[in-house]
Design a protein around this ligand. Sequence first.
Ligand SMILES: NC(=O)c1ccc[n+]([C@@H]2O[C@H](COP(=O)([O-])OP(=O)(O)OC[C@H]3O[C@@H](n4cnc5c(N)ncnc54)[C@H](OP(=O)(O)O)[C@@H]3O)[C@@H](O)[C@H]2O)c1
Length: 306
Amino acid sequence: MSGINRREFTTAALGLSALGTLGAPALFAATSGPMERKIPSSGETIPAIGVGTVRYGVDESAASRAPLVAALERFHSLGGRVVDTAPMYRTSETVLGDLIASLGIRNDLFIATKVDRDNRKASIEQMGSSLEKLRVDQVDLMQVHNLIGWEDNVPLVAEWKEAGKVRYTGITTHRQGQYAEMERIVKAHELDFIQINYSLEQRESAERMLPLAADRGVGVIVNRAFGGGRLFDAVGEQPLPEWAAEFDCSSWAQFMLKYVLAHPAVTVVIPGMTKARHVDDNLAAGQGRLPDASERRRMEAWFDAL
Ligand SMILES: NC(=O)c1ccc[n+]([C@@H]2O[C@H](COP(=O)([O-])OP(=O)(O)OC[C@H]3O[C@@H](n4cnc5c(N)ncnc54)[C@H](OP(=O)(O)O)[C@@H]3O)[C@@H](O)[C@H]2O)c1
């Protein structure tokens, strides 16, 4: 599974028109490549900023799909690889299967999907259908969605890993009410990843779940880093605090993503983004410095005071 190489990334990230106008610091940032993290269970590296596709479940019309083609193409050209989808996201898997095939980028991507059936037979059918819709023989990560049917599904995805139909296994939630159950599963089973909600607004996952994942050598995928978009309403029209520039933030989205990425247990964050301009903004959070522990506390205090 080869990622985009440095030369391709640099060319795509800069573009010919940008070459004439960028100053030295911007050139340096653009050529430093996407921020990467190691998957704890294997040591494989993947870019730390992926894309969530809960809003990719559109119809077949060219008008509905055009913005998604632009967003996915841009994501790929900037070195993005991790794409998270699910059967629960309406037609998202089918749309992604079509777009990935038409862009010819399957081998550059790390595709994660989910299973949400409550019995073994239905789960096997659903996972088979996911592979068909995504037009792949193997997905990189199969996650038990919202812990549904986990007693059957955790062993089942492990079997599929053994059989080579998935490369990594995981479980997901976005609800604090499921953390205690998730904790029990992580302690009792071998998993490659958990996927969990974490943001400036929702920090409870950092109390027990993120340290537990780090202790157990389990990768962490963060969903809802923008609270589903709510965090943008919270900051409203306020300007970024000047001190955000000290850790290379030039937008609120970067501020929110860098907060999450700076947690040492986090492997990947998967902001939902259906617009190419949001992809540009969010992937820039993978450039420059991350906030240190005291800067993260300052970010929390600032957010709490809103
Ligand atoms: N239990 C689970 O397994 C579970 C639960 C929830 C989510 N997830 C996964 O996690 C992903 C992320 O969650 P989410 O999509 O619900 O929420 P999110 O990432 O917190 O927020 C997405 C929203 O933020 C907007 N946005 C993105 N970048 C922006 C920017 N730079 N400036 C302004 N607005 C921006 C998006 O707009 P546009 O779409 O217009 O770009 C979208 O409305 C999902 O897509 C899904 O893959 C998994």
